[in-house]
Design a protein around this ligand. Structure first.
Ligand SMILES: *Cc1c(COP(=O)(O)O)cnc(C)c1O
Length: 414
């Protein structure tokens, strides 16, 4: 069966034919049979260089042998106990050691769950009701973060999804990214704010990078206003370096959320923070959090193997940074847009200048992106099918892959 056949069946069984909306590609998405290293192999017998990498988790590439071995070892010992495990103690030590903002950590099963828990924790700890997020910032698919600015650039929360109560959304306020004055102004007018939640690098819209001093300003402003700072490092964690954005920019948040890379490709999330805050989490404290699959042994085994591999190969970050910069150089003479990269994250924006926030990102020519994306796919390169999703390289991408990607970029942009 071909992809088109699978999709025809899927559409009658699964809403929109897909398990997550971004995977819906018109007229039908390709179906993957298997993956290895930097490659996806489709049921239509195409081999693609993958620059999506599961939307971020696969820093070490598909089916990395060391992670595969760790998963196989764990499978032999069973994969769900419903009891504490030595794995969680070990991994908690590793994550708290690497992240300056984490004295304690709680494992959950997805990034969405981590941000949901972190927001409840911030409210429970502070006794305040509102949260502030960044316009266009993505923190998962739960009610209080499925909110962005309305077209009138209002800071009042307007739900982004049917089914989100306006009452809930009204407790989510918005500020533009890279604009410390807007945050300061908002916090001077709203006094019931529990937390400011931010992706230190906007990974779900680009990437859009923090301007010099922005994250430091955010830290000072939140502290001065007695507002907790939540760094949503679900993408940044082990992506921008060991210790994530908090280490890279030297800004310590009160609460950190992690996911993606720390599961090595298996489902995971985690939230952590200062000891006095984390002491509020049940059963130590009154803020409830629980999950049948929280800290599941397979995800932890894969995560530990991943983080160990990273610590054994710290040069990977420099190497991946050189690779994305090489792609950038290949497209530097095209006048059609701007290339942005940070380490292994990169994107070509169909906008004359690099966007600094959501409003600017929305000015991109998404029609041009779609044509470009289709040409890239026809050239054997799978990019995330949205102008607003970050492209990722992994350690499995060879110099040859990078050359192939660069050539395809040049040709498909001309
Ligand atoms: C992917 C992502 C999430 C959601 O994680 P899931 O595991 O998909 O639930 C939350 N925040 C950020 C910054 C993300 O990139």
């Amino acid at each position: 069966m071909k992809s088109s056949d699978y999709f025809a069946r899927a559409r009658t069984l699964i809403p929109g034919g897909v398990s997550s909306p971004v995977r819906a590609i018109a007229p039908y998405p390709f179906y993957t049979r298997r993956a290895s290293g930097s490659r996806l192999f489709t049921v239509d017998d195409h081999e693609l260089i993958d620059c999506c990498m599961g939307y971020g988790p696969l820093l070490l590439g598909h089916a990395h042998p060391q992670i595969e071995a760790a998963i196989r070892r764990q499978v032999g010992d069973g994969w769900l106990y419903g009891t504490p495990t030595p794995l969680e103690v070990r991994f908690a030590e590793m994550l708290c050691r690497d992240h300056p903002g984490m004295d304690m950590v709680r494992f959950v099963s997805s990034g969405s769950e981590a941000t949901m828990a972190a927001i409840r924790l911030a409210r429970g700890f502070s006794g305040k009701k509102d949260i502030v997020k960044v316009e266009g910032g993505f923190h998962g698919a739960h009610d209080s973060v499925l909110v962005k600015a309305g077209s009138g650039a209002t800071t009042l929360g307007i739900p982004d999804s049917a089914g989100v109560l306006p009452d809930v959304a009204s407790h989510t306020l918005q500020v533009p990214y890279n604009d410390p004055d807007a945050l300061e102004d908002l916090l001077s007018r709203h006094k019931d704010v529990a937390a400011f939640i931010i992706e230190p690098v906007m990974g779900n819209i680009g990437p859009i990078l923090p301007q010099d001093g922005y994250l430091r300003d955010v830290r000072e402003i939140t502290r001065a206003n007695d507002v907790l700072l939540i760094f949503d490092e679900v993408i940044c964690g082990y992506r921008v370096g060991i210790g994530g954005a908090q280490k890279r920019w030297g800004v310590v948040p009160d609460i950190t959320t992690l996911g993606k890379i720390i599961g090595g490709g298996l489902p995971i999330g985690a939230f952590g923070g200062r000891r006095e805050i984390m002491a509020m989490v049940a059963p130590a404290g009154p803020v409830y959090n629980a999950g049948t699959f929280s800290g599941n042994p397979l995800s932890l085994a894969a995560g530990i193997a991943t983080v160990e591999w990273i610590h054994d190969h710290p040069a990977l970050y420099r190497d991946l940074g050189e690779k994305t910069r090489a792609i950038g150089e290949a497209v530097s003479d095209t006048a059609r847009g701007s290339f942005v990269c940070l380490g292994s994250m990169f994107k070509f924006f169909f906008r004359n200048a690099e966007p600094r926030n959501y409003r600017e990102a929305k000015e991109c020519d998404t029609g041009a992106f779609k044509q470009f994306w289709e040409k890239m796919l026809a050239s054997g390169i799978f990019l995330p099918p949205s102008q607003f999703e970050t492209n990722f390289l992994s350690v499995a991408h060879t110099d040859g892959d990078v050359e192939t990607i660069s050539t395809a970029y040049r040709q498909c942009l001309s």
